[in-house]
Design a protein around this ligand. Structure first.
Ligand code: ACO
Length: 352
């Protein structure tokens, strides 16, 4: 699935840009008007993990780049963090909760299988005029949700959409499986996507999937294919399983390719990008992609050393951090790219 609005530097091409808008079938453009993020207080360090599984700080740091991660308390829910991040995004956008007409929560770790966590977030934020639903696209979930929100804004159906990317992956982790428990973490990020009045906004996106490789990252039991039972719990089938090395190789190639696609669709090159915000899965993936695209490390945002892999939350948390640190300015071009369970991978270019 694709969407693009070519950017340009002169008035003739600007008119082409709006033709491109029209080709996407929309009346309006969409732009991010507020961001927010929330992380659990509890920090789990690599030294803590050394006491839990057969691993070492040295292995985790050199193989992943992660030094610590935030882990939710047993009683906490994803919606708690989605609400906190969403409230910040509303405040940053200077909106009243009733101004939001849709809430999309990208997650693979909802509060419960039924109902959607987005509805809990809607209620707790007091977004009394909003529809709400969840979306599952693994670590690519935030870009998927942003692309869906863009359709609602672009068509004129919604003026403001709250997009939340959130996960409490710690609740799906087998704390005896050293290949997964050292990577994943908890948190939520959020943005408000609003109708654009001037230039800029979401310039392009591209969504990909390959369900043939669904077993690369999956939770075997707990769905309709294999409902939860005493036996599935006994066999630890309600925990996330990942073919890490196979995933790693595909992730580098796919993130590079989708990044090139969205840059081309926007009429930009890697040198036009002020900041790349990749999914924070593994430092080696991020470095390899940056180097293949020719984007220098100082223009690639990295926070996984402190935050770990928060799946659908990772890009909006990093985006909010970069905004808070005053690293993003009006007119800057951002490249977002992710890869995750599904398999899914996705990219987007934003002009701030
Ligand atoms: N500590 C010490 N040793 C370990 C650990 C650990 N925590 N984990 C694995 N090992 C061992 C393995 O057992 C193996 O040992 P062996 O050679 O004796 O068999 C060795 O280290 C190498 O294992 P690999 O799995 O090949 O290690 P790799 O370098 O690939 O790193 C990792 C593993 C970090 C998981 C990496 O593959 C990775 O980051 N993969 C991508 C993850 C990703 O991008 N996921 C997508 C998003 S997730 C989502 O959508 C929810």
């Amino acid at each position: 699935m694709t969407g693009s609005t070519k950017r340009s530097s002169n008035s003739q091409k600007t008119s082409n840009a709006s033709q491109s808008d029209n080709r996407r079938g929309g009346l309006y453009g969409s732009i991010i008007t507020g961001t927010g993020a929330a992380l659990p207080k509890k920090i789990l360090t690599n030294a803590d993990l050394e006491r839990m599984v057969d691993t070492s700080d040295e292995w985790i740091t050199t193989r992943t780049g992660i030094r610590q991660r935030h882990i939710a308390a047993e009683s906490e829910t994803l919606s708690k963090y989605g609400v906190a991040a969403g409230r910040q995004a509303l405040e940053a956008a200077r909106l009243d909760p009733a101004d939001v007409s849709l809430i999309i929560c990208a997650t693979v770790t909802p509060d419960r299988p039924i109902p959607a966590t987005a509805c809990t977030i809607q209620h707790q934020l007091g977004c009394t005029k909003a529809g709400a639903f969840d979306m599952a696209a693994g670590c690519s979930g935030f870009i998927y949700a942003l692309a869906v929100a863009d359709q609602f804004v672009r068509s004129g159906a919604c003026e403001h959409v709250l997009v939340v990317g959130g996960e409490l992956l710690s609740k799906y982790l087998d704390w005896e499986d050293r290949s997964t428990c050292i990577i994943f973490a908890d948190g939520a990020g959020a943005v408000i996507l609003s109708r654009r009045s001037g230039q800029g906004g979401l310039l392009s996106f591209k969504l990909h999937a390959d369900g043939a490789l669904s077993d690369f990252i999956h939770v075997p039991a707990g769905g309709t294919a294999l409902p939860a039972s005493a036996e599935t719990v006994r066999n630890r089938m309600h925990y996330i399983r990942m073919k890490g090395n196979e995933t790693f190789k595909l992730a580098v190639r796919s993130i590079e390719n989708v990044s090139r696609e969205v840059l081309e669709m926007s009429g930009l090159t890697a040198s036009d990008i002020n900041l790349m915000i990749p999914h924070q899965a593994n430092r080696r993936i991020i470095d390899a992609v940056g180097s293949r695209l020719g984007i220098p490390p100082e223009r690639v945002y990295v926070n996984l050393d402190r935050v770990g892999n928060t799946s659908a939350a990772s890009i909006p948390i990093a985006l909010d951090e970069a905004v808070s640190r005053d690293l993003i300015h009006r007119g800057d071009r951002l490249l977002l790219a992710a890869f995750g369970a599904g398999l899914t991978w996705a990219g987007a270019v934003i002009e701030w």
